[in-house]
Design a protein around this ligand. Structure first.
Ligand code: NAD
Length: 250
């Protein structure tokens, strides 16, 4: 018996990093999974890894017509959703004095507007309760010099969870956030804009600030998401679960 036997799950940003690791775990736990991401090539690679019980849909969560297309596929294939992992996110380093309007807009378009409508447009497909998990970030409490727009967008995600917990309680939909610390995914290098060697050095330095002394793995976030998606967390809603080696606590 898997923890998610027979459940229908949608994962945004499911073709890489945390989303891909979670899609793998969800399928291992018995779920039927629909993933979306912007790049067809990455989605095909994900399908080659996962092989069964997986549907891929190319789409950008900041484009409302793409979300409509995603949910039309889910409706036709499965008729409903039990679990939504709203995970797609964007953000690059942009100190206050250097950030451009385009950078600000892109960060908020994906992380705030995109996530808002990812959840709103899924709601008609939640028929019998369910679980929504959203990827925030440890930066939602820490603040992050150089990443302030990103951190603010992730604080918005945390706040959505508080509001939607109340708005969706009568429909028996639980709403929680997972907040990763630094996790080894392709995003980490992309966001910092460092060379591989610089990133390695920065990682060693940064790891010393993390109580557990290392960066996390995508699978360690996936494990937390499986818990929040499954009935094992049936009395948990509205929380922000940090998975960060203790970073948010120091
Ligand atoms: P990643 O780059 O490996 O994966 C990101 C995924 O999101 C990709 O599949 C990408 O195609 C997708 N995506 C990005 N913008 C999209 C859009 N507009 N529409 C649809 N899909 C889009 O990154 P990751 O580290 O796995 O990031 C996943 C989430 O975790 C993000 O929300 C990120 O902000 C958050 N996060 C990551 C870290 C970290 O250290 N890696 C830390 C805290 C939070």
């Amino acid at each position: 018996m898997g923890k998610l036997d027979g459940k229908v799950a949608v994962i945004t940003g499911g073709s890489s990093g945390i989303g891909l690791a979670t899609a793998k775990r969800f399928v291992e736990e018995g779920a039927h999974v629909v993933i979306t991401g912007r790049r067809e090539k990455e989605l095909k690679e994900a399908a080659a890894i996962i092989k069964r019980n997986l549907t891929t849909v190319v789409g950008d969560v900041s484009r409302l017509e793409d979300l409509d297309r995603l949910y039309a596929v889910v409706k036709e294939k499965h008729g409903h959703i039990d679990v939504l992992f709203a995970n797609a996110g964007a953000g690059t380093i942009a100190p206050l004095e250097a950030a451009t309007e385009a950078h600000f807009d892109q960060t908020f378009d994906v992380n705030v507007k995109g996530l808002f409508f990812t959840v709103q447009k899924a709601l008609p497909l939640f028929k019998d309760g369910g679980s929504i998990i959203m990827t925030s970030s440890v930066t939602n409490v820490l603040g992050s010099p150089g990443f302030s727009a990103y951190a603010a967008s992730k604080a918005a995600v945390r706040n959505f969870a508080r509001a939607w917990t109340m708005e969706l309680k009568d429909r028996k939909i639980r709403v929680n956030c997972v907040s990763p610390g630094p996790i080894d995914t392709p995003a980490l290098e992309k966001t910092t804009g460092l060379t591989a060697e610089q990133a390695k050095q920065a990682a060693v330095q940064f790891a010393s600030q993390i109580p557990m002394g290392r960066r996390g793995k995508p699978e360690e976030i996936a494990a937390a998401v499986v818990f929040l998606a499954s009935d094992e967390s049936s009395f948990i809603t509205g929380i922000d679960l940090p998975v960060d080696g203790g970073l948010a606590q120091v």
